[in-house]
Design a protein around this ligand. Sequence first.
Ligand code: IMP
Length: 191
Amino acid sequence: MKLIFATNNQHKVEEIRAVIGDKFELLTLQEAGIDIDIPEPHDTLEANASEKSKTIYRMTGTSCFSEDTGLEVAALNGEPGVKSARYAGDDRSFDQNIDKLLINLAAKEDRSARFRTVVSVIIDGKETLFEGICEGTVIKERRGGKGFGYDPVFIPAGADKTFAEMTLEEKNLFSHRKKATEKLVAFLNIL
Ligand code: IMP
């Protein structure tokens, strides 16, 4: 089955390809010849994931999926959450977002947080949603140079390295995205 993954984020593509394997033909937006940046205007991960997959399905009529992910920090009432990409403002870098997070957490004792991924898949016009969660802790200083986003300051529960200190295979032992993608693969396998 041919599936378009509605993202321009190469890190996400690599993480998801490692889970999906060769069983399904995964096309990125670029590989499908689609040159758009799909907006994420909503206030939930579910609504943004849905908007992305529905946009691509409308444009192509091809089965597709998208995902939206947020870092939900307990002591910040779930922020940055759905605003994770724009936490420090529109067009801000990963580094500026991390800086803001560390400042806002500086006086907090509870540094627990979780990544939550919502996948929206559309097969033959019908949408299904899946969720994957990775619990963990936000540390006080960056560690590691791999990965993307908040990876340098997040240690998943049960690990002693940040996501940015892990190989892709190690990150996928814990990852929110891996868990959501496994549910997607199980669903595709029974179609
Ligand atoms: P998106 O809206 O799903 O692209 O993700 C929002 C933001 O969350 C990204 O810009 C990253 O900063 C962050 N993010 C998403 N997934 C991860 C991850 O696996 N590790 C670290 N940060 C992530």
